[in-house]
Ligand binder design. Structure first.
Ligand SMILES: [Zn+2]
Length: 329
């Protein structure tokens, strides 16, 4: 009990959290009721027998059925922020893929209006500062992703702080989508990339070469000390999502995260939920799991969160404010 309280008391940052996979079950059910959509509730969360990332990703199809209206998107942003607030998160970058929300005819402008309204309300209702990361999808045609980046540039939303490429990594490694990644980087967007979730070390190395400032998951390099040292040298932060990695079978056991080495070597990393609902987790639960397995202690949790401020996609001034908030609370 004492350990849980100590973890709760640490003010935190979260940098890898998907909107669709994190909308609470209650809100999903409420939206389904209002929209008269019949959902298979068993498909909302990952099954215990999940064998792969592909199987894990299937849960999203069910959730996305209710996230096709402006109202639902706005409420989803508020809902996820409120969950983060309960984890004592002070700053979160929530990511989402706009093209998943067009099944019922929403266009990019309507989607971003809804998301921005959601962020405005979420900030007003909680003690959390919120920004948005926009996910292009790896399996998408290049022109469609380019359209998205063109739109983002034109909209110049105050809440969009960077881009990511999500979706199936094995068939679409960074080298295969390099020109698309480059297109986004050339527009000046901060880049974080899902990489190394499918066991391929080279994908992490290539992602860094292409300009990623953070790596989502990065599991494949956890045992590769040479690449980890390169990550440190290039000052790249690893966005680690422990429970999700176990469910997608990216790791078999928490020890594979090699956290002791990361801490000893001062290699930048942060703990994240990935998908609160699909993975059935919270940020506090992720840290509890690690503390229970003696992989990290409370002091180290404070330390990695304070250090992670430097890797947020906000201005130096905003980082300073956040730093003060984290060290004073
Ligand atoms: Zn992810």
């Amino acid at each position: 009990m004492k350990m849980k309280k100590c973890i709760q008391d640490v003010p935190k940052i979260e940098l890898h959290c998907h909107l669709d996979g994190s909308v609470s079950r209650d809100l999903i059910k409420q939206l389904a009721f209002e929209q008269q959509i019949v959902l298979n509730e068993d498909n909302l969360i990952v099954s215990e027998s999940c064998e792969s990332l592909n199987e894990y990703l299937q849960c999203f199809d069910e959730i996305l059925k209710v996230l096709q209206t402006k109202d639902s998107l706005k409420r989803a942003v508020i809902d996820v922020t409120q969950q983060a607030d309960r984890d004592n998160v002070k700053y979160i970058e929530i990511r989402f893929a706009p093209f998943f929300h067009m099944d019922k005819g929403l266009n990019l402008t309507e989607i971003f209006e809804a998301i921005e309204e959601g962020v405005d309300s979420a900030i007003a209702l909680t003690d959390v500062k919120v920004n948005i990361l926009v996910c292009a999808m790896r399996q998408q045609e290049a022109e469609i992703n380019a359209t998205l980046f063109d739109y983002l540039q034109q909209r110049d939303s105050q809440f969009v702080c960077g881009i990511d490429f999500a979706g199936p990594e094995a068939p679409f490694p960074p080298t295969k989508i390099e020109s698309q990644i480059q297109y986004g980087v050339d527009k000046g967007f901060n880049l974080t990339l899902h990489a190394g979730e499918c066991g391929c070390v080279q994908n992490v190395v290539e992602s860094i070469r292409m300009g990623a400032k953070r790596i989502g998951h990065g599991v494949a390099i956890n045992q590769d000390e040479a690449v980890l040292q390169e990550v440190k040298k290039q000052n790249i932060l690893l966005e680690i999502c422990p429970k999700s990695n176990i469910q997608t079978k990216a790791i078999q056991d928490l020890s594979e995260l090699n956290m002791t080495y990361l801490l000893e070597q001062d290699i930048p990393f942060l703990i994240n939920t990935d998908n609160r609902t699909v993975t059935q987790t919270s940020l506090n639960a992720e840290y509890e799991l690690l503390v229970e397995h003696d992989l990290i202690n409370i002091q180290q949790i404070k330390m990695i969160n304070q250090k992670a401020v430097e890797y947020t996609f906000i201005s130096d001034e905003e980082q300073q404010v956040l730093k003060n908030k984290l060290s004073n609370s």
